[in-house]
Structures are given as C-alpha cells and as structure tokens.
Design a protein. Sequence first.
Length: 693
Amino acid sequence: MAGQIGQHDVVPELEGLVASHPLDEPLAALLMRALRAQGKPGRALEVFEATRARLADQLGIDPSAELAELHLELLRAVPPPARGNLPAEVSSFVGRERDVREVRALIANHRLVTLLGPGGNGKTRLSVEVGALVPGEVWRVELAPVTDPAEVPQAVQTALRLRGQVLIGRTTAMPAPSEPLHRLAEALAGREMLLILDNCEHLIGAAAELADVLLRAAPGLRLLTTSREPLGIPGERLHAVEPLALPGGCGFRVGVGISFGTPTARPRRQCDPDRGHGRAGGPDLPGAGRHAAGHRAGRGQVAYAPDRRARRPPGRPVPPAQRRQPDGSPRHQTLRAVVGWSWDLLGEDERRLWRRFAMFSGGADVTAVEQVCDADLDLLGALVDKSLLVLAPDGRYRMLETIREYGLERLAEAGEAESQRMALAGWLLALAADAEPELRGADQLVWLRRLSVEHDNLHAATRAAIDAGDKATATAFVARLGWYWWLRAHRMEGAVLAAEAAGLPGDTGREDLALTHTFAAINGLEGALSMAVVQEHLRLAEVNGAGPDAAHPALRLLQPLAAIFDNPDMEAGFRAVEPLFEDPDLWLRSAAKMIVAHLRLNFGQSGVVAIAEMREALAGFRELGERWGIGFTLSALGDMVAGGGDFVEGSGCSGRRSRWSARSASGRTCRSWRRSWRISSTWPASRTRHGGC
C-alpha cells in the first residue's frame, strides 16, 4: 500500500485500518504520509497527536523514533499562514480531490491556468480550495459584479487593497484605460503571489489583456482564472471542470494542462463512399485549418489541442435552488439563472445553434450538426470553448441535460420546435433508410453500430413524432427500425412504439403502415403485446399490403407463414410457403427455409427434411455474410443433428455458432427468435408439438 500513496486515494482504507488497530504505529505513519501526499498536512498532524495520546494513555510510552521524525518533517513543511483574502468556506468539499491535485500541479509548473466549465459546476469553489493550499500570498478577485471592461484593473486594485475603493458604476471621468492597468503592473512587479480572477467570461477581452500585462511585468505572479471560455493568450493552460461523476461511473479520461499555440488539429469527416454519411474521426495534423472547436477570440483566432474533452461523463448538477445562498450573486441563486447568464453572453448565431442542438438527446457528430442545425465548424467550436458543448472521445458533441432543457425552452419560444423536429427526423430517417437493407447483409455489424450510436436520438425522434400525431413520420421510423430493434434486443421498446404509431389517426404510406403492423407483431411476441394483439397486427399487415407482391421481404414472408398456422391441412400450409424458396431475394429464401425447417420439427414432421432445409438456409446466409442468420441456423442445426445422434457435428455447429455470436448480436436474437416461433406456433394450440430445437 505504501507504493500506492500519491497515485491512488488510499486514505479511506488506511483510516479504517488505523481505527481497527489504533496502536499500530506503522499504519499511523502510512496514513500520515498519505494525507501529506494529498496536501492535508494539518490532518496528518492530527493523526499523530491522536496516536501519541493513545500510546501514552494505554501503554505509557512515547511514539517511536520513526513516527516522531515524520511528525517533525510535517512541522517543518507546514507553510506559514497565507496572506490574502480567500473566503472561509462553511461547507465541506468532496469529490474533487483529483481536480485539486491536477490544478495544483499545473499552478506549480505554469504561470497562467484557466478553469473551464459551464456555470454552476464548481469552478469558483475549486479555485478557492486550490488557493488555500498554495503557500504565500493568495488573492481572489470577483469579476461578476463588474460590467465595464475598463474597470477590471480597478477591481483588482480594490481586492488587493491597493486603493480605497473600486469605482464601479462611476459617474466622473476616468484616466485612459491603460493607466490603471500599468499602475497595477508597477505595484505587483516585485511581489510573489497567486492571483485568482473569478468569472472572466463576460469580460474575456479585458481579462486577457490584464493577464498578459501583469504576467509580463511581474515574474513572481501566477494567475488562476475561472471562465466559460479560454483567455486565449500564450502560455495559458486549461483544466476542464466537469460535473461530478456518479458513484461507480466509468468516466472517460482526457489529458489536462492543454496548451495554446500547439499545432492545429481538425476533425476529419470519415464518409462511407457508398452512403455519404459522415462522422467525426481522429485529427488530421496539421495545416488543414484549426480544430472544429477552435477558439474565436476578440483579437484573432487561436487554436488548441484536440484533447480538450470532458474528463468524466456529464452528470446532473444539484440545483442550487435547493440550498439557497443569500450572499451569492443573483445569477447563482437558481440553476436557471446560471444557465441564463451563459445565454445572455452569446451572439444570436450561437444562441441559434444552442437551441437547435438541444434537439439531439443523444449528442451528434459534425455532419449531423451541419445538416440539422445549419451551423458551421467555427460556430460549433465556439460553443465548445464556452463550455456549452463537450467533445467526447468518440468524436460526438454532447450537451449537459440542464443546458439542453434550457435550449429546448428557447427553441419553443423561437417558434422552431416543429421545424427542428422535422429537420432531425429527416436526417435520422435518411440514416435508417440506408441502414435497413444492410441489416440483412454482410455489413450488418457496421450498420448496427451506426444505428446504436444514434439510438437515443432515434427513440426520441420516434416518440416526438407519436406525441405530435405525425403518423407518416412515426410509421416511417418504425418501418426502417423494426428489424434493428429485434436484432439489438430492443423488442419491448420497439413493440410499444410500433403499436402506438400504428394506432395514430391520419394518413401514411401503405407499405410503411404494413411494416409497422408487422414489426409490432414480431417484436410484440417477446411479451410486450398480448397474443390477441399480435394476431390483430398480423391481420392488419395483410390488409395493408403484406403479401407475395410486396416490395419488402418481411411483407412477402408474412402471408405464407400465416397460412401454416391457419390452414387445417398442415401440408397445404407448408406448400403455401414453398414459393418463397424461389424468391429472387436470397435473404428471404434463406429465412423462409430456416423458419419452415424449425416449424416442421415443432409440428412433428420429418427431421431429415428439416435438416436439409436448414443446411440450405445456412448456405444462403453464408453467401450473404449475414451474421444473425448464420448464428441462428448453426444453433438450430446443431440441435437437430445432435438430436439425431450425430454429436460430433452438433458440437461443431454449436462451437461455430458461439464464435459468430461472440462477434455479433446473434446469440441473444437466436434464442429470442426460437422462443418467439415456439410461442407463435401455439396459436392453433391443438396442433402444436415441440421437438428438435
């Protein structure tokens, strides 16, 4: 455990051990060293004093020489009381130990560090906690009340007690703006201190100028600033302050200490040449222009390294309104006021992107933002700079939920809610339409991943269409996503959405409606819908065009399969399916043979015929490279041949199926498909006999 000190937080574990073994001096020494490594020498001294008292009271001895030496080291290392104006906090500070360590390391090695993040997520408190651990003078300047950029130097002078008062809201003439700044620079030239400039975002230009002048004039000065966007001057290091992660969350990690002036990177679009859908990818270095999230400062353009990403997944902040702070500024009294402050600082084009991006409940890549929000890369980067968007390691941009909800309110106020709903639906439907036929081919996994990335957006867009009573859009989504829901085991979700879409009043495409009823039935077999409702959806699918002349293979498959269950003559029912064995669509031919082979066993027909049909189905799926079909047929074929006594081939089929399932979703879907067809085969209950699989 000694080797983990300074690398991991071992204090809680050591505190438990010391409590269990209060007279164990080596354990007490380890705890003291761990507390010292966390920058808490005062607590380490308390541990020593408690241990010394227990040893004296219970054993009548003094601490060992090793423990006494460690105590002396701590006493020598404790810094003198800091001079400055840091406020005394009245509440505990938890969950930011890592941030404190990283910011202290940055301050120790760099003269200008900026804490970045959206309003209300703890930048101010973190700066105060870090400042309290820095030896020497530490002064804090609150810039939130300052509205005139020219008054920034006077605000600093007042905080440092270099003048009687700061003339905020002055009515008399003042010297030229440069004079107070230069006088301040002269006053700080020979001093060593940490100066905290808090809430710089609304005075970003003036704060940047002040920082640049003071750092050049005062070699002993270090600056720690808090802002929603960088100052954008040479030597600045950035630390992203993200909302606290949920306990046990698996956050993503990024580098800290991002430097301005590094080579520019730009997210390249990786496009499928056959599909045209782009996605943000890794950076192209350098020369193609600045990063998509490049900063546009008032004095020019500044680029920063592409690793400025959130360190943890965004979590929902605790609303400040639940614990009101009477002494805080009005913009910190409620969470809405905090977010509204950020809104007020933006230009109209930035506000437009904010409210339109809020429609993406699952985030978006560059291409989607450009097409749905009608925004360019510079504008997207401006919102990243202002901590309103987060660029995640997967190249997607995301928005904190509280910020997104505020954007949705503004979208409704602007009268754009319906137009943006349709714009997002158009983008997603184009993606789903491209994906739908590919889910029955060799690129099945590729398109499953693409749809999975957009799953939250697809669900929200389908739900929004249903809530708006837009039957055409809702059924279009279901028709293109029904098989995806099945393959990805979102069947309960898919069945409910499909049933609701089918039940909407209004007009829609006949094929979309037939597919909506079909996928409501197929996904409803898992239990989301009663068997009576499933049968009704199958009937309505036929009424709306499911049959041998339909364009979609699922609709051509439906009627012949229903004949198996509805025809009293079992052989006549199977003969009704046989035309599908000659269908021009290879996937449909293979699926028909696979299903019929399975049902032959369920209805007690020849196992030899069923095995032959299953082998033909497997050959067809292999020719297509369709992983779900391959996995299912291998699983069923293994059961069939093993049931006939050929355990070697049965074991081989099962092994091959496992290898396919490990690389796809076929394992779960095979089991569910087989279970569903067993359920479906109970419709004419008196004729059902289970066998084989």
